[in-house]
Ligand binder design. Structure first.
Ligand code: AMP
Length: 599
């Protein structure tokens, strides 16, 4: 960190007197000292008679046979205004039924069950029922078209697909002949079977017994196959096991600060890892009420849900926060967020601008946390009890050892002890939710390990007190005039300009500097691009960042290319700039047409 930016670090202090409920921990150092994964595992129940550990048993069955049996587990808001509520007993019955259907269809341990559906209740029962049957849950993002669907299902050896009739007809029917290993398609909304292989889920449900006995489940049995969001390369299929539930439980407790009866809302779609680890598993593990909204982002609807559902803990993304900011209003003037205890965000850098906005506009700060599909659970976080160093990702989660390292010749790594020195984030291998493999790409998996560390491909700095500061994906980091320039820092500074809505920054080959910094900027609604504005922003950035880090060039764009998970695809900006092949763009979000500025 430059000395200038170090001095300008803002700190949001937490005042214990203002807590309506004390967080699940208040002393970070004591927690780190006393924490053990085994102790966490003991807080879970395990299957009877030493039968191992199964995610669905811990998330649902354990509660369905206890005090929470008749308490709400899932409260679902349909896109058309319907509301459905399922208790823990209902969740058990529905997931048992789905597990029985799988058995009847001959799917067993290790059979891969894909879902291609938006946030409908059946998706949640399918995930839980699949885990119960020790089959493998593999969610596909519902907005994918035929090619990304085909790519993932064939790479994942999918045996069963659950989808809707319309998605099947539009996206799957045409690729069926290229999916020879797919045995069954289950249609959530078909009254009758379509053909011998394409079956009606309602019919199967009617015929399925209600009770299911979870078979012994080894902690290392594969539970979930998650494809990465592909912001830096072709998506990888990461293999996760049932023992991951221990990390979901620990982070649900200490990072999200969940407890029984809490109303929790994770806005991530279960097509991505966050929507599964924290949109399904963690809240149920803690006996919370899990809010699911089928609708897409709509500022009024979202703020209305936070208010009417009296949400206590909200887990969202910087993209959603920026969409709220774009409205230019302070939502708390119109909505009552007093039940909200904590707001968390993940998936992309959360800039200081956004954290400070939330204090003013929502009435409480957003807690950034960092993790990856490969890590399965939150690894670095701002904790509810801890002061927030605005713009920092926080400190390692309990049980997680994180370091800043440098790769050295011969495949090893060197830990960088010096505070604030840039390097790669590495995690000491072995936490329960660490991916155990990369499907059919063992080499791609192995190359991320060295000397007992898992290398993450993300560049960051750690300050003298152990707070991590994101720099960028290593692939995105710019080497300009011998300096390492993090796109995140440059983008953050650009976004402080009142006209800038979003920025994506890349390095361009430069004969003198090695690379020069170029920024792509989307302006706020109603702001016109002009030469004057370009010079003004260039000057603004030079003042904030100094000439060596400031962009030399700015290009205005209506929308920046993002993947389906909302991450800016810098590699695509770069490829387009340099006229290089665009590579795998299967996760690219189609541009928003004619409604820039609308969320
Ligand atoms: P995914 O492929 O969706 O698992 O993406 C994981 C990547 O998202 C990480 O390696 C980071 O580059 C980025 N990411 C996730 N959370 C954060 C965060 N809080 N700040 C900055 N980048 C993040």
């Amino acid at each position: 960190m430059t000395s200038a930016s170090r001095q300008s670090v803002k700190v949001i202090r937490k005042d214990p007197k203002s807590w309506t409920v004390a967080p699940n921990f208040t002393d970070y150092e004591a927690l780190q000292r006393e924490f053990s994964w085994d102790a966490m595992r003991r807080e879970l129940q395990g299957l009877p008679e030493g039968g191992g550990i199964n995610i669905a048993h811990e998330a649902v069955d354990r509660h369905a046979s206890g005090d929470l049996r008749d308490r709400a587990a899932l409260r679902w808001f349909g896109a058309e205004g319907e509301v459905l509520e399922f208790t823990y007993a209902d969740m058990k019955r529905e997931s048992d039924r789905f597990a029985n259907i799988l058995q009847r269809l001959g799917a067993g341990k290790g059979s891969v069950v894909c879902t291609l559906a938006d946030r409908i209740p059946d998706l949640y029962f399918t995930a839980l029922g699949t885990w119960k049957n020790t089959s493998v849950f593999c969610p596909l993002f519902s907005h994918f078209g035929p090619e990304p669907i085909h790519q993932r299902m064939s790479k994942g050896d999918a045996a069963i697909l659950l989808t809707t009739t319309s998605a099947y007809k539009r996206k799957v029917a045409g690729i069926m002949d290229r999916l020879p290993m797919l045995r069954w398609v289950l249609l959530t909304d078909a009254a009758e079977d379509l053909d011998a292989k394409t079956l009606s889920l309602p019919r199967l449900k009617e015929e399925a017994p209600e009770a299911f006995q979870i078979p012994p489940t080894d902690p290392e049995d594969v539970a979930t196959l998650h494809f990465t969001s592909g912001s830096t390369g072709a998506p990888k299929g990461m293999i996760h096991v049932h023992d991951a539930v221990v990390a979901h439980y620990a982070t649900g407790k200490y990072v999200l600060d969940l407890r029984p009866g809490d109303v929790f809302w994770c806005t991530a779609d279960p097509g991505w890892v966050t929507g599964v680890s924290y949109g399904i598993i963690a809240p149920l593990l803690h006996g919370s009420i899990n809010i699911v909204d089928q609708g897409e982002f709509d500022a009024e609807r979202w703020c209305g849900l936070l208010e009417s559902q009296k949400v206590n803990v909200w887990y969202t993304s910087p993209t959603a926060v920026r969409r709220l900011m774009r409205l230019g209003e302070r939502p708390r003037l119109y909505f009552d967020f007093r039940t909200l205890r904590c707001v968390h965000s993940v998936g992309e850098p959360l800039h200081a601008e956004e954290v400070l906005w939330s204090v003013d506009a929502l009435g409480l700060p957003i807690h950034d946390n960092w993790w990856q599909t490969e890590t399965g659970a939150i690894m670095i976080a701002n904790f509810p009890a801890m002061d927030i160093r605005v713009g920092s990702m926080g400190r390692p989660a309990p049980g997680v050892e994180a370091a800043i390292v440098r790769r050295v010749e011969g495949g090893g790594v060197e830990v960088i002890e010096e505070p604030d020195a840039p390097g790669e984030i590495a995690l000491r291998a072995g936490w329960p939710s660490m991916a155990r493999g990369c499907i059919h790409e063992e080499e791609r998996y192995k190359k991320d390990f060295a000397g007992g560390w898992r290398l993450t491909g993300d560049a960051a700095r750690r300050d003298a007190d152990g707070y991590f500061w994101f720099i960028g994906r290593l692939d995105d980091v710019i080497k300009s005039a011998g300096r390492m320039v993090g796109p995140f820092e440059v983008e953050g500074a650009l976004m402080e300009h009142p006209a800038v809505f979003e920025a994506g920054v890349i390095g361009k080959p430069d004969p003198l500097l090695g690379e020069s910094v170029k920024a792509f900027i989307a302006l706020k609604p109603g702001v016109e691009a002009s030469e004057e504005l370009r010079s003004e922003i260039l000057g603004f950035a030079r003042k904030r960042l100094g000439p060596s880090m400031a962009p030399r060039e700015i290009e205005f764009q209506t929308d920046l290319p993002k993947n389906r998970a909302g991450k800016i695809m810098r590699r695509l900006l770069k490829a387009r700039e340099l006229g290089l092949p665009e590579g795998d763009v299967s996760t690219l979000e189609p541009p928003v047409q004619g409604k820039r500025g609308a969320p």
